[in-house]
Structure formats: structure tokens, C-alpha cells
Ligand binder design. Sequence first.
Ligand SMILES: C[S@@+](CC[C@H](N)C(=O)[O-])C[C@H]1O[C@@H](n2cnc3c(N)ncnc32)[C@H](O)[C@@H]1O
Length: 287
Amino acid sequence: MSTRRPPSPADRVRERLRAVAGDRCADAMPRGYQRLGRVLVLRLPSLLRPYRELIGRAWQQELGVTTVLAVRGPVEGELRTPQLDLLAGTETETEVVEHGCRWRFDAARILFARGNRTERARIGSLVRPGEEVLDLFAGIGYFTVPAARAGAHVVAVEKNPVSIRYLTENLARNGIADRVTVRAGDNRVVPLPVRSVDRVLLGYLPDALPWVPRALSAVRSTGGVLHVHRVVDARDAVPVAERSVAEAVGAADGVLLAPPAGREVKPYGPGRTHVVVDVRARPPPAG
Ligand SMILES: C[S@@+](CC[C@H](N)C(=O)[O-])C[C@H]1O[C@@H](n2cnc3c(N)ncnc32)[C@H](O)[C@@H]1O
């Protein structure tokens, strides 16, 4: 009995491309894609550039998405703005739903990393009702939404006006607007809670390590947990990231209350890994 699987949408797109552009192009068509609600984001090799419209329309039809975008270049600057080209469709606003959380955003202007899904869920499961949480890089509410849905009060800091607009909308969409205080501006200068929070989210890549001193001064004098995101070499990624966070806490005169615990979030380009390190620490003595 034959066990051949039916062709996947990627197989069907490949065959449509083969019919027009030949085997070499068809074989260069990547299998992977990122689906963000009704928007699809692709990475295409330059060989396929002349066929971008055909590929966009093919994916649109095979997957039933409204819009297809292709990555043009690396994520830009401190606002983490994606560089994308429109291949098919016009509507780039979309909604992603995960474990009961909803995020609405413009996929052409705002980064949403599907690979951080487990981490978003983990934050929702770690937070206890009544916790005070500081999100230093709130974006559209990637971590603020699961934390507030779990019952925390969150101070959410964000400096990109486009993200702030969606963050505010997402708080209302998730029914948590009364549990989140949005502070618009750069987290280096906006007033932050002082010695009063239980948890600080430092979800910024490539490296949130420089913000450890500021995060430490926000946690209670009895201690709190920092979640520090970093991109590091894939070799020994977790122990290297753990050590660097322990050193940053020490350099800021903080006190470690438990050894840092790291975990891999996702691969981040060739030979690099996105790691998050949880560390329980208390701030330097007041004085
Ligand atoms: C793109 S998000 C991180 C991605 C997210 N963790 C995910 O799951 O996809 C980082 C956010 O931090 C914001 N940001 C960067 N530097 C900042 C700063 N100094 N002050 C306030 N917000 C900042 C960016 O505008 C962006 O919205």
C-alpha cells in the first residue's frame, strides 16, 4: 500500500514555480515560512527575485492568506523594525492568537517572532496573581499581555509610537487595560518603579544585558526575578549567558539570591542562539 503523503501547500507552490521557472528555481524555494494570522512572511533567495509576484500569489492561493510579505533585510535599529516587501495582497494588519492571548499589529511595521511562542506562554505560567511586573521593552504587549492575563499589574515601557498604539489596543482586546500602566518613552529616561516590583521582563535583542542595573533598581529590596534576553554564540550558549548575567548583577552591586537559570528560546542566525536567563536577585543596599 502506498504511504505517499498528499502534497503540502509548499509542494504545490514549488510545482507552480517549476512550471514557469524550471527545476533550479523550484528547488531553491524554501519550505519554511512564518504565518502571522492572515499574513505570511517568507525568506526568498535572490535567485527567485524575478518570480516574487508569482510566488506571492501562489502562497496566497494555496494557504488562503490575504497578504504575503518577503524579508528584504535584517531587523533594523533599537525599534526592531522589520524590512519587508509586499508580494501579494494589500492588508498588512493582522492578529495572532496564542494560549488565549490576542495581539493585533501591522506585520509590515512591527516584528512578531513566532519562535518566542514558548517564552510568551512560559511568562504567563510563571506570573502569580497580584504580582507587580515591569516590562522594559513592551512592544505590542508580547509579554505584558500574558503577564497581565495571569493577574499581574504591569508597568509597560515602550518608545515606538506605532507599537504603543497597538499595545493600547491589545490591552483593551484582552480585557486587561485596568491592570497595565503604559509609560511611553525611552526606558533609560522614563520614571520607573523603585524597589517595588517582583519581576522585570527584559525582552530585547540582540542584548538586554546593559539594562540589568536599571532593572535591579526596580525590584523589591527583598528581591525579584529578572528575565534577561541575549543572543550569544550557540556553543555553550546557556552557561555563557548565565555567567554573563551573574556578572552583570555583581557589577551593579546586586546580590544573587539563586544561581541564574538559562534556557534556549530559538536559533538566531548561523551559529547564534537566543537565550533567556532567569535570575532572582536583590538590589544594592539603599544609601
Ligand atoms: C521587538 S520587541 C522584542 C520582541 C518580542 N520579545 C517578541 O516576542 O517578538 C522590543 C521592543 O523594545 C522597544 N525598545 C527598544 N529599546 C527601547 C528603549 N530603550 N526604551 C523603550 N522601548 C525600547 C522596541 O521599540 C520594541 O518594541
